[in-house]
Ligand binder design. Structure first.
Ligand code: DUC
Ligand code: ZN
Ligand code: ZN
Length: 479
């Protein structure tokens, strides 16, 4: 199958030029001016539009069983919505229950993901520790294409990884060449504050941000970074939502430590006033962790992206509908945590980033696609417009408009946290593995068309880290 994208302006993370892009059997086979295509090739007219790598969302939770509910978005509906928004790959999370085999959980998630319409990969969470966990981490890296492991520092008595687990697991990640990820919130403090608020009779969604104030994230981020730094391991902080955590990352990076930071579209654009809504269901719809933050943090996060101290953007897409959120009607700690955004991230970053002069087009590509591909060792297969790369592309109309709304989005959730926002700059066409899957408002997603993408360990990063650690190895005094 051949597809020619004709007459557009190619934008990558480091350059912009006029060129056609020719795709065959899922791969880009030529990039250049005035390309010929066979008579039966599908032609996409990209005049006046930008041709960019499809978005990669490194943080989604399709179909996730969590807090007594199951996320309403499955791997088909979620990846179809992603394609409608110009995102052509997700990295989701396998989350074993404490005590459960990591490989057993991995197989379960792989089974759920078979219906995906776009390419996908998995981080695997470490929620407990034993020799068998260390062994299975090795098997996952060597045989199953996993090069990143997630650690929840929150969710006490459920998924929380305590410091001893972080030390064991980060050490193992370093041996294996895998990147440890952390959800940085101090789970003990959260549990304490939740009980205190309930005892004070504050039971509604307004208590949610009060139970997880910025310092709860800042403390955990600093701790994870210091643990990683002491061990000589890299660390990737998911959903950095506060200036407090960003400052920890910035300081560590300035001292030469390998630390990466991800920011969510929601944390860049929304603030904690949403929890004051007088309608319980509306306020509850915004309950996610970490919560939306007081005004001021958003500007700091934009500056983090612009300065390169934050490298990736994501959504933490985790959908719970109104009737699921209602489980916490009398107790905010029981509201399933999660919000949606996989369909809207690219347009939000373009509108609030590029149109507002906060990001260049190249920076937009870097933070929505290429940086994720590089950190998780998918580049240049993904995140590039180059010969030999997967033909995962978006043809971007910088003048097109979209009104973000639950009434029109494709996400399987009855609420849109960006409801009513009009964005300028939208995906006119999305190409997944060389196939046109979103075109002028028509979604042609196909269940099962997405493939699992292996992510082998990243030798470039680990070779230098190991060398650095070796040089820093202390020597015994010979007496
Ligand atoms: N936060 C959420 O809001 N949902 C899923 C998991 C998480 O960490
Ligand atoms: Zn999280
Ligand atoms: Zn998450």
């Amino acid at each position: 199958m051949t597809l020619l994208i004709r007459g557009g302006t190619v934008v990558t993370h480091d350059t912009t030029f006029c060129a056609d892009v020719l795709c065959e059997d899922g791969t880009i086979i030529a990039v250049g001016p005035d390309l010929d295509a066979p008579a039966d090739a599908e032609i996409v007219d990209a005049k006046g539009q930008y041709v960019m790598p499809g978005g990669i969302d490194p943080h989604t939770h399709m179909q996730m069983p969590f807090m007594g509910a199951t996320a309403s978005e499955d791997f088909y509906t979620g990846t179809a919505a992603a394609l409608a928004g110009g995102t052509t790959m997700i990295i989701d999370f396998v989350i074993p229950n404490p005590g459960q085999s990591l490989i057993e959980a991995y197989r379960t998630w792989r089974g759920w993901a078979e219906k995906a319409a776009a390419d996908y990969s998995f981080h695997v969470a470490v929620t407990w520790w034993a020799d068998s966990v260390a062994e299975e981490m090795g098997t996952l890296v060597r045989e199953y294409g996993v090069n990143s492991f997630k650690h929840f520092m929150a969710y006490k008595n459920a998924l929380m990884a305590t410091d001893d687990i972080l030390v064991e697991s980060f050490t193992r990640c370093l041996e294996l060449g895998a990147v440890p990820n952390v959800h940085a919130e101090n789970g003990d403090l959260v549990a304490h504050l939740q009980q205190k608020l309930l005892a004070q009779g504050i039971t509604g969604p307004e208590a949610h941000p009060l139970s997880r104030p910025p310092q709860v994230e800042g403390e955990a981020a600093g701790r994870a970074i210091r643990i990683a730094g002491t061990l000589g391991a890299p660390v990737y902080l998911v959903h950095v939502s506060t200036k407090d955590a960003l400052d920890e990352i910035t300081t560590a990076r300035a001292s030469g430590q390998v630390v990466f930071g991800e920011v969510l579209a929601g944390h860049l654009l929304l603030d904690d006033s949403v929890y004051q809504n007088e309608d319980w269901a509306t306020a509850a719809a915004y309950v996610m962790s970490p919560p939306f933050r007081p005004k001021g943090h958003q500007e700091a996060l934009w500056n983090g992206l612009r300065s390169g101290n934050l490298q990736t953007t994501a959504t933490d897409h985790c959908c719970f509908c109104a009737e699921q959120k209602a489980m916490g009607r009398d107790d905010f700690t029981k509201i399933p945590n999660g919000t949606a955004g996989v369909e809207d991230r690219m347009a939000l970053l373009w509108d609030a980033g590029v149109n507002a002069g906060k990001l260049s087009m190249q920076e937009f590509v870097a933070v929505t696609s290429t940086n994720t591909a590089k950190i998780f060792n998918l580049y240049p297969r993904k995140g590039a417009v180059s010969v030999g790369s997967d033909a995962d592309l978006v043809v971007w109309d910088p003048h097109g408009k979209r009104n973000l709304s639950a009434k029109t989005h494709h996400q399987n959730i009855d609420f849109n946290i960006f409801e009513g926002l009009e964005v300028t700059g939208i995906p006119r066409h999305t190409i997944s593995r060389g196939k046109l899957v979103w075109s002028d408002g028509e979604l042609r997603a196909e269940s099962g068309a997405g493939r699992y993408v292996d992510r082998p360990p990243y030798p470039g990063l680990y070779d230098s880290l190991r060398k650095r650690n070796e040089l820093a190895t202390p020597k015994a005094v010979v007496r």
